[in-house]
Structure formats: structure tokens, C-alpha cells
Design a protein around this ligand. Structure first.
Ligand code: G
Ligand code: G
Ligand code: MN
Ligand code: NA
Length: 250
């Protein structure tokens, strides 16, 4: 298809960009890390959403080379941040069933010079379920290198609490769907409260996604959630703006 050809060209020409969204300490607003989010603008097609081109890349066997390009750019940007700020990178579900993934990720960050401890990978439950044995093996090996692992979009989709026990997990990201309703909807508040209690018991860090209002942030803090991200703290921004934000927060 035309879209596929354009994407292949963009990957080779290094035209797919990365923006960064701050992940902050809700008590202070200070960024502790940044999530890399892919962006692609094509002269003819215009802005194409990652919700469109990531699945396309996965289907057409472009995701491995796309990830190499994106991770390299993101890791290079992270090199200029203070050492205590980490890079959070979304790992495609397809790559969680590919035994070559561990080696490729380590090779990319090794080439750039980013310490594994400064990299976090965001994975989803559906990805792990595709082939739990292979996925857990890849995750275990990355985790052993010092890379931290987050379960993204937690609480939606095919959630299984048993998964929290099987995976070498460090963090859980509470899906935006709960956060956006947390001050209006009692069930959402209770679900978030339960996720926080569960994660406390399992020694997992909780990060709330999609925080847009000060009321939501206050409610999350009251429930014991310390970390979060969302438009209230910053939309996905170019690497130059990240450096300004870090400087302003110091
Ligand atoms: O940034 P935005 O909300 O448009 O992203 C839409 C979806 O695309 C989200 O689910 C996000 O996780 C995913 N996404 C964005 N960037 C990347 C990326 O670099 N790799 C992968 N695998 N998914 C990404
Ligand atoms: O699936 P994942 O959680 O990786 O998706 C992250 C996506 O959520 C990004 O594409 C980002 O643009 C979007 N996002 C981040 N913060 C907010 C927010 O506060 N509100 C809304 N509506 N979307 C957000
Ligand atoms: Mn994510
Ligand atoms: Na999410």
C-alpha cells in the first residue's frame, strides 16, 4: 500500500521523530523521566498517528528497524539529561515474541552509550500473553541487565492479576481511562485505590497516566500515588524543550 511504502521510506530516510512526555513526582512537579512517543509527518499524507503506523509496522515487518531508529534517537536525547532522569520507551508486542529483541536493544543503547539502568521499557499485557514463555524470557534478560519494566495501560484490556507475579516487573502505569474519571466517578476512584494497594504490596511503583487537572492530581496524591504524567505537566515535546523543562525545574 501507499502508506506502507511511505513508512518504509521514512524509516530509511530517518524521518520518524520522537517526542518526550515528562513523568513527574506529583508532590513537586519535578520530572523524574520522559516517555518517548513516536511522531511521523509525511509531506503527502500529513501527520500520521502512531496508533496507525505502529500497527502497520508490526504487520509488515517494519517494526524492528523502526524501533532501532526510534530507540537510537530517544537514547541520544536522554544522554544529555541529568543521570537521575530515565527514558521510558514503548516496546511493541511483536518484539516481545522475538528472541532477537534483547540483543538489539542492548546493541542500540550500547552504541549510543546509555546505561541500561536509565532505560525503562513499557510493555502491555496483551503482548505478554501472545507467548508468555518467550516474553518472560526476554523481559527477564533485559531486567537482569538493569533495564526497568513497566506494565502499560494497566487495568484495561485482558488484565490478569497473575501476570503481575510472573513478569519481572518494576512499575505499573494506571490507564488514563481511570484517571480521567477519578474525581467524577466513584468506581474509578476505587479501582485506582485498589491498584495502588496491590502495587504497594507487590513493591511496584505506580504511575498514573493522562492527568489533566489539578483536582485529579490532588486525588491521586491523596490515594497514595506519587508519580504521574499527563497534559497538566506537559504534552509530548521535542528534545530541546525537554532540556528547557529540566533546567526550569532545577
Ligand atoms: O502518542 P499517542 O497517544 O498518539 O500514541 C498512540 C499509541 O501509540 C500509544 O498506545 C502509544 O503507546 C503508541 N506509541 C507511541 N510511540 C510508540 C513507539 O515508539 N513504539 C511503540 N511500540 N508504540 C508507540
Ligand atoms: O498507550 P500509551 O500509554 O503509551 O499512550 C500514551 C499516549 O497518551 C500518548 O500518545 C500521549 O500523547 C497520550 N497522552 C498523554 N497524556 C495525555 C493526557 O493527559 N490526556 C490525553 N487525552 N492523552 C494523553
Ligand atoms: Mn506508554
Ligand atoms: Na497507557
Amino acid at each position: 500500500t501507499q502508506l506502507e511504502q511511505a513508512l518504509r521510506r521514512a524509516v530509511i530516510a530517518d524521518e520518524v521523530d520522537v517526542l518526550f512526555q515528562p513523568i513527574v513526582d506529583l508532590r513537586t512537579g519535578v520530572p523524574i523521566g520522559f516517555e518517548a512517543l513516536a511522531r511521523w509527518y509525511d509531506d503527502e499524507l500529513g501527520q500520521v498517528s502512531p496508533a496507525t503506523f505502529i500497527p502497520l509496522a508490526e504487520e509488515r515487518g517494519i517494526i524492528v528497524s523502526l524501533t532501532d531508529v526510534l530507540l537510537k534517537k530517544a537514547a541520544r536525547a536522554a544522554l544529555s539529561w541529568p543521570h537521575d532522569k530515565y527514558l521510558s520507551f514503548n516496546l511493541s508486542s511483536v518484539q516481545l515474541v522475538d528472541p532477537a529483541t534483547h540483543g538489539r536493544i542492548m546493541a542500540v543503547i550500547g552504541e549510543v552509550g546509555l546505561e541500561p539502568a536509565r532505560l525503562g521499557l513499557e510493555i502491555t499485557e496483551t503482548a505478554v500473553m501472545a507467548d508468555a514463555a518467550i516474553a518472560n524470557n526476554i523481559i527477564d534478560r533485559l531486567h537482569a541487565e538493569g533495564v526497568s519494566i513497566s506494565l502499560d495501560d494497566f487495568g484495561t484490556g485482558q488484565s490478569s492479576l497473575g501476570r503481575l507475579r510472573e513478569i519481572s516487573l518494576d512499575k505499573v502505569k494506571v490507564d488514563r481511562a481511570f484517571v480521567s474519571e477519578i474525581t467524577r466517578d466513584r468506581p474509578s476512584e476505587h479501582i485506582v485505590k485498589a491498584i495502588i494497594a496491590l502495587c504497594d504490596g507487590l513493591d511496584l511503583e505506580v504511575i498514573a497516566e493522562g492527568i489533566e487537572t489539578v483536582e485529579q492530581a490532588a486525588k491521586l496524591l491523596q490515594l497514595g500515588c506519587v508519580f504521574g504524567q499527563g497534559y497538566l505537566y506537559g504534552k509530548p515535546m521535542p528534545a530541546g524543550d525537554v532540556e528547557d523543562l529540566i533546567r526550569a525545574s532545577e
